[in-house]
Ligand binder design. Sequence first.
Ligand code: FAD
Length: 611
Amino acid sequence: MAQEIKVPDIGDFDAVEIIEVLVAEGDTVEKEQALITLESDKATLEVPAPVAGKITELKVAEGDSVSEGDVIAMVEAAEAEEESEAEADKPDPKADDEKDNDKAKSEDKPDKKADEKRGADRPAANTDDSTVEPKASTPASDDHDYDCDVLVLGSGPGGYTAAFRAADMGLNVTLVERHSVLGGVCLNVGCIPSKALLHSAKVIEDAANMASHGVTFGKPEIDLAKLLDYKQSVIDQLTGGLKSMASKRQVNVVTGTGTFSDDHTLALEGNDDTDQITFNKAIICVGSEPVMLPGWPEDERIWTSAEALSPDELPESLLVVGGGIIGCEIANVYAAHGTDVDVVEMTDALIPGADKDLIKPLTKRMKARCGNIWVNTKVTGLEAGDKLTASFEGKDAPESKQYDRVLVAVGRKPNGAKIGADAAGVEVNERGFIPVDKQCRTNVEHIFAIGDVSGEPQLAHRATHQGKVAAECCAGEKAAFDAKVIPSVVYTDPEVAWTGVTENQAKAEGIEYTKSAFPWAANGRAIGLDATDGNTKLIFGTDGRIIGAGAVGPGAGDLIAETCLAIEMGADAHDIGLTIHPHPTLAETVGMAAEAEAGTLTDLYIPKKKK
Ligand SMILES: Cc1cc2nc3c(=O)[nH]c(=O)nc-3n(C[C@H](O)[C@H](O)[C@H](O)COP(=O)(O)OP(=O)(O)OC[C@H]3O[C@@H](n4cnc5c(N)ncnc54)[C@H](O)[C@@H]3O)c2cc1C
């Protein structure tokens, strides 16, 4: 017979919002499986199923408010469950002993990481070994008289890192870059300029928010030319540093656009002195470029991220097409500097892929600072006239609306198909990626590929780490790209960061996990910073080791770094919780989320589950 599942004792909270319903009618649930997620202004908590069985009726929906005793669902308990319920109600004297044993086990666990050779038996984080078939090629040879030991094509974070590491290991390196400055997308039109502008956006917002602290500033006056000068000075400082480091390392920097003519020769265009360079080994790091939408007019008011980071003026209105990381970051820059910004995203949430609980505070703030955030919405066309007229298909969006500028931020495609790779025998897949193995080797043994052109995620820190691996392999070392995790950060206000297994991924792939979270509303530093909508969560595998983490709030990107190390080192909740974190810091939320998992948390009152 179906029985009611009610909201249990949730402390002092009343009328708490349901932010996610995790089951559907007809689902079979395990005992303790989370049914709904509640969010008060102080905490996010999941309500678990008290028994295993089949959900026959759901009595609540996302957005409802519930209090203790409200019925969530009707469940037909599994037979075994019904029989054993009486048994389960008895206190379990062994439970505490087992907890102690678990802790002891985790303290005794062998240091697997230390036993492993670097990358020796780990799968690559994001490469598909099976697709890389070695092909016949003229092998690298130390006897042949090539122009250089290692040719590095492209000077982004992957390329300059590879070039510098190879030079530091005594190899004769030529670095070819089509632009006159080094640094690639990251330094010139990507990570660095966007963060320089996001800094001023954050200061503007922080200043406005200070009014509630009793400190009021006037309306900001924006001198765009000066703002862009500042951004450029940041870029110049970094690219200048690269130039000087390349020279000190005696890396031969050559300007020109390279395409392969065979597996030991690069043809060069746009260089008056040289039209080809021969190499013993090569590292391809030619990056990626923005995807533009087909059939749209050619109009300089339609921007890629590069133009959006060097605007001719601050437009009155901007449509951002694509609510991913780049779209959201740039939307926040413009909204803070006074532009009326709409964001349109095809999927059901901003930052597709990230867990919804992490994105929620960002979405809430972006809704307040932007004109409209339309999810589940497509831009079906764009016409260029006096203004740019976009037409939409989606529940909340208008049929059409006019804008001064439109930013297309729908993804980046790799440049693999643009470098004559076939002449060198290097395989490029249909999407333009160059498949590589754990050593970042392409199908041609002496040619490597790294960074955005070699796969996803397309992030600078992946490129730099791969750059070192490829350079070390060129020098004959047994290196491999064996990262367990590659963190992602959205540098908005609030920042959102995650690493390793996400809950979305765990659910999609059937990975068993437990989760613990620490709401920033209970962290002294966060309260002082007025960042109480922040949250830190940790995800643990069935062996008790941390496998993923996420955070939202100021500095979440810095905070997540500790969890990356914890995952790499195979830490469990006790390892993290027993590590003393400085007080008062936001980093304490990592320690306390771990304490919540370990059952030792005292900084929050978590009602005991009823047995
Ligand atoms: C707006 C924006 C913000 C971003 N923010 C972040 C962030 O915060 N964090 C992060 O990790 N990542 C960020 N990224 C992504 C990051 O910039 C890339 O992942 C990173 O730059 C990839 O490095 P790479 O070395 O593979 O290639 P790139 O940086 O793309 O460099 C490739 C280089 O190769 C050169 N090249 C290409 N073809 C040729 C050729 N035929 N001959 C000679 N030279 C050639 C190009 O000119 C370029 O300089 C951002 C990207 C954008 C667009």
